[in-house]
Write a protein that binds this ligand. Sequence first.
Ligand code: 13P
Length: 253
Amino acid sequence: MRKQVIAGNWKMNKVISEADQFVEKAKNEVPSEEQVESVVCAPFPFLQSLVEKTEGTPLKVGAQNMHFEESGAFTGEVSPVMLKDLGVTYVVLGHSERREIFKETDEDVNKKVHAAFKHGLTPIICVGETLEQRESNQTKDHVESQVKNALESLSDDQVKQVIIAYEPIWAIGTGKTASAEDANEVCTHIRNVVKDFSSEAAAEAVRIQYGGSVKPANVDELLGQSDIDGALVGGASLEAESFLKLVEAGKHE
Ligand code: 13P
């Protein structure tokens, strides 16, 4: 049975005092690591403080992006070595906002995934279609190509450890959620793609999250689907109370 992963993606929100308050409230309330994986993916300036504050608790800390190089002349970038050194454990890669606004390519995402493994970080790889692609029936092809490109040249063992977040772009921050059945259909497709690309064992092991307007009111139905193993949550992860409801829902699956 795959363990659910509930990850908050705070995006570019909060100041450090608010981030600290959040973890002080949440860190001892989240269920044990055996029951559910609970992660907050925070802006870079908060990571050190959050890692220190959550040490020894089941609440884990993730970054929202990183460069694939270890060091060098890349002004403004943050490397996997820096994240690992801080004690960060997860990193969101290829979020649609990075792809759309900052022009990240599939190739960049693949390089970042390899760099994450090299430095012992768990990648949360985001994929998802635009509204236009959904309306013209290209969802599965698009997501399939994003998944294959992201996983290129990974070992079977590495594929088993990745987390893939299916986030339809039209459902992000809009209040529109894919129906649980539609979300599951794409997640099932992703699992089949992993099976063909890697192996049946990898497909069984890989965790696939849904993301896009997940909130306490719809999380149970989404997590109840056969191929959805967690959620990547923006808006509803910003308040500790709401985040705790989401991880609680993950625990019961
Ligand atoms: P919302 O939950 O705010 O729709 O954001 C989803 C998302 O982009 C998480 O990465």
